[in-house]
Design a protein around this ligand. Sequence first.
Ligand code: AMP
Length: 401
Amino acid sequence: MLTINDFNFKNEKVLIRVDFNVPLDAHFNISDDSRMRATIPTIQKILNDGGSCILMSHLGRPKEGTADKFSLRHIVDRLKELTNTVVHFAPDCIGDEALSLSANLKNGEILLLENLRFYKEEEKGDLAFAQKLANLGTFYVNDAFGTAHRAHASTSIIARFFNGKKCFGYVMANEIANAKKVLDNPQRPFTAIVGGAKVSDKLLIIENLMQIADTIIVGGGMAYTFAKAMGGAIGSSLCEDDRMPLTLELIEKAKAKGVKLLLPEDSKIANKFANDAETSFCNNDVIPDGFMGLDIGPKAIAAFTKEIEASQTVLWNGPMGVFEMSNFENGTKSVANSVASVTQKGGFSLIGGGDSAAAIYQFGLADKVSYVSTGGGALLEYFEGKILPGIQAINDEQAEA
Ligand code: AMP
């Protein structure tokens, strides 16, 4: 895996695909700049080598052409503060002005390009658009793991114009190394915890993890589809009836492979989807009509805790309940605590792919686990066993057109 540590960037104009898709408030102030801060070491390495950086990113989901609320100009000042150097801004990511700003860029300086998604060609992976971007630089670095599962112009197609002159930035390299640690060579026992609302979103990941994990723990809303498929009464809990046969297949596959598939035995149930609902506890196969399971119950917590704490490697994707409501956060919090505890005892833990990362921050445990991925959908697809276009584009030498 080639990273920026394998190159010297003196006199190179390095096009870096970054993820500066930061949240902006109503006054265009950045409410969380962690994605920007994460990329600073990559930028600094290139500037310190005596090169310059041309940064490209998307921001939000602009529908049609340009829109000021999605302009990356709002982040220029913050970028100057974080990098302590000259930052130029190209109000169009391609075209004559961008070309001339790039030509005049001095070593040690940064050029930030306007939002790539102002062009529909970006998400379409348009080759001519990718070439126009490529013309701005002499070297390509991908440091945007969050979009690595997309074959967009700036994340994948562009790489074919930089054979021998392309690599991963530190953010990408770190994400890949941590995911590989779990997928390729996990210390055993390896427990994968999968939760969240919908089983349909997680079927592929469960199937793929069955090839690797010793134990798979299933929690959250998706567990009720399993419970109903096995003949249980689940009241008005979340359920995807059309997926019930697939859940039974998963149970059979796990048995055949000798993988322990742990489902929650009980739930905290509620008479409405609200924090002030009337609640009680019951087993997952006898949830009364008019009640829904919104969190795993004490028996499930005890069983999951025991299993997690006996593991050497833990992958966690998806909450155990509606953790956004304080009355239904306990299951997710207990799992988070167990994951932190096993890490403190020397195990390896990787958290990511959406809401479990949010949960680990909510409970203040982010620095007590081994790695919290920034990847969302990209991490999920990686664990589904898919080849990510953003990774493949760097690893493969490709024909130019
Ligand atoms: P996902 O994006 O699929 O990982 O799902 C995360 C969402 O699932 C969170 O917003 C949780 O509130 C929700 N969730 C987890 N457990 C349940 C449940 N038992 N009932 C309804 N929603 C749930």
